[in-house]
Structure formats: C-alpha cells, structure tokens
Design a protein around this ligand. Structure first.
Ligand code: DI6
Ligand code: FE
Length: 401
C-alpha cells in the first residue's frame, strides 16, 4: 500500500546535513520510505492515500539516544536543599544523591516504575521523538536491574515509540558492595549480564567510567563480557575528569562515548577511527554548572559524529525536552542548529547502531518522520520549550497520543 505525503519541504538529514528538498514529497510503503524528492517528480502510481502536509517542514523522527527515564521517586527535594546551601557531601551522607534513587527504585513496583516513566516519555514524544534509548542502572542487583529492563521493554510495547534497552549495571556501587567495587564487577560479569542477556532484555551495555564510579580496568572487564555475549558497548566517559575512557570505548568499537567534557584530542582521533559517536549531554552540563566545554573543535576536526541527548535522569538532568537540548547544544556548546538536528537524528541513530535504517529520510529507511509547522529547520533548536504544531509518523502510520 503506497502512501503519498506532499506539499512540504524536507530536511532529509542524509549524511548528517540538512540536505533540503523544497516543495517536496515522500512515498511510504509497508512502513518504509520508498521515494523522496521534488513534488514535480513524484512517481506515477496508485496511491492508497495522499496527505497534504500544508507546507510543513519534514524531518526524521527525533532520536533521544541517552536517557535514564525509568527510576523511582525524584530528587527535586535535594535540588531545593542544595540551593539553600546544603552541600552535596551532606546530602550524600544523609543517603541522598544516586543512592536515594536506587533506594526508591528498589522499593517501587514494576507497575509504578512503568507509570512514572510512561509520563516522562510522553513529554519526550511531544517533541517529535520516535526512538529513545533507556538505561537501567538504578537497580544495581539482578532482581532490580531485571525489573527496570522489563519496564523498558514494556514501555516499547505500550507506546508508539521504538525503545532501545541498555544495561547500565555498572552505574554506581550498590550499598551492599560498599568498598568492594571489584566484587560488584565480578557479580555483573558472572551473573547479571549473562542472565539479563539470555532473557533478551539487553540491546547494549554501558558503564560509568569516573573516579567516583568505576575505573577503566573495571569497565574493560564489563566490556569483555559484553563482547562475549555479542552485545555492543557504550560508555559514560570524561564527564568530570579524564580517565581516557573514551579511548578505551574506541578500542572496543563502542557505539558511543557520552558526556566527554574532559576528553582529549587523542581520544577524538581514536573515536573517529573506531566510528564511535560522541554523545554530548548539555542538560547535565547545565545542571552541574560545568564550565569545561567538550572539545568541539577537536571533534569536528577529526570527523567524530556528534549526537545530542537529554540524559533524562533524576540527579543531573531532569530534562523532558529534546528540543530544549538542541537549543542548549547551540547556546552552550556553540553547535549550529544543523549540527544539533543531526545530533538528534542521523548521528543519534549511529549512536544506537541503527544508522542503516533510521536517522535520515532516504529510500529503504524506516518511515519515521515529523511534519513540523515551522518556518525553517533552525526553529527546532530556536524555541525554548513549548509544544510545536506537528504531525508525527512512525513506521509509515500517523501517531496520535
Ligand atoms: N552520569 C550522570 O550524570 C548521571 N549518571 C551518570 O552516569 C547521574 C545519575 C544520577 O545522579 O542519578
Ligand atoms: Fe547518563
């Protein structure tokens, strides 16, 4: 069944550029894009339906390639305390910080976690997100990581959204392993990852490489097991200090290394050679009042693909809008609106290992797109929040939610 979508302009985002076609049209069939080009050249065929998009700008469906959307409770109370002068150390000593989210997540039922994450994802979808990655990492034992990953799978079934599940068991040290990080890594490698992978709950494996989380040697042990299980890896690296985690990620042909404020030019060279995407997270940069910028010039110079994501999490980036992240990428990281949009389409798809089927509007790719009532593509990075008038199409079918 062929469907025609016309009277629009298209930013196809092929090769990570706007690649604009004005007065354009798109043909979809069986959930895929069959043809895209100028309206004057639309193939003559029997169309089951012809949609008039009223001069909308069509872009690929947006992809948020780094979120921690499933968690119990939230930390707005701590946010308030910190602004009243209570220090991080005091908050942590009183069981706050990431430990409090682990506690609340462990105490929550699968249904409770599902219901709260469902609402957060609907916020992302209001921005035209059609694909999202969600990490576990607040359970930190087999039972609770499984609970999170099952919720992540359920969200993908319940919402018109493609959901990628990443196991981030190596996110933080759970209280029962206090001062025993190597033993916790043993547990992840010997029990958690093999069991969760066998249950089909894991699409990729991530870890937090940082002096206050796990060392490069510990991360490497997790990567080796992921590789044995046939799972691609990703890494939280160089967020607060330089441990050369991004070079380690490149050695393991990681899909992405994420955060990266403290990465070096050598890391960029290694990432470019390995095809590892740099996922920048302006929400966390902003919330932490970070001043060290990711090395944009080195990333550009060496041709590292740059993606932008929300890092939606209760501690360092309670961000419910990918468009706001595009704006911050421009304002804080000096990216162009075109680079920012590529960061939530073409390059975000690469960061999830789905670049062959998603992230740009080209024949043969999945028909996930958004028809925005905007004046030009830069509007997507220009407005701060709010909801833009649009139509969202996923797998060739218009989405209502
Ligand atoms: N980096 C972050 O910014 C978050 N996790 C991570 O690895 C923080 C998560 C939290 O504070 O809950
Ligand atoms: Fe993160």
């Amino acid at each position: 069944m062929k469907v025609l979508w016309q009277h629009c302009h298209i930013a196809t985002m092929a090769q990570g550029k706007y690649s604009i076609i004005e007065d354009a049209a798109l043909v979809t069939a069986d959930g895929l894009i069959q043809w895209v080009g100028p309206r004057s050249e639309v193939p003559v065929a029997e169309y089951a339906h012809a949609h008039d998009l009223h001069n909308a700008w069509v872009t690929p469906g947006l992809i948020d390639c780094h979120t921690h959307s499933v968690f119990g409770g939230n930390r707005s109370g701590e946010f308030e305390q910190r602004l009243m002068g209570v220090s991080y150390a005091e908050i942590a000593a009183n069981g706050g910080g990431i430990a409090s989210t682990v506690l609340a997540t462990r105490a929550a039922s699968e249904d409770e976690l599902f219901a709260s994450a469902y609402k957060r994802l609907r916020n992302l979808m209001r921005d035209g997100v059609t694909t999202v990655e969600i990490k576990s990492g607040y359970g930190l034992d087999l039972h609770n990581e499984r609970k999170l990953l099952r919720v992540i799978r359920r969200l993908g079934q319940a919402l018109p959204l493609s959901v990628h599940a990443t196991c981030l068991a190596a996110h933080a040290l759970p209280p029962e392993y206090k001062d025993r990080a190597d033993a916790y890594i043993d547990y992840i490698c010997a029990e958690m990852l093999p069991a969760l992978a066998a249950e089909g709950l894991v699409d990729a494996v991530d870890a937090f490489c940082e002096y206050l989380a796990f060392s490069p040697d510990q991360v490497e042990r997790v990567f080796i097991v992921a590789q044995q299980l046939g799972l691609p890896v990703k890494l939280h690296a160089e967020q607060l200090s330089s441990l050369r985690g991004s070079s380690l990620a490149a050695r393991y042909h990681a899909l992405s290394a994420d955060h990266l404020e403290f990465m070096t030019e050598e890391d960029a060279i290694a990432m470019a050679a390995a095809g590892t995407v740099a996922v920048l997270l302006p929400g966390a940069f902003y919330c932490l009042r970070e001043t060290q910028l990711p090395p944009m010039d080195a990333l550009r110079k060496h041709g590292v693909k740059i993606a932008i994501a929300s890092d939606l999490n209760p501690g360092t980036s309670p961000a419910l809008s990918i468009r706001l992240m595009l704006n911050m990428a421009c304002t804080l990281f000096r990216m162009t609106p075109e680079e920012a949009l590529a960061g939530a389409t073409h390059n975000a798809a690469a960061a999830l290992g789905i670049g062959a089927s998603h992230g740009s509007l080209e024949p043969g790719k999945v028909a996930d797109f958004v028809a925005w009532q905007i004046d030009r593509p830069a509007d997507l990075a220009y407005w701060l929040g709010g909801e833009l008038e649009k139509r969202v199409v996923r797998h060739g079918v218009e989405v209502t939610f």
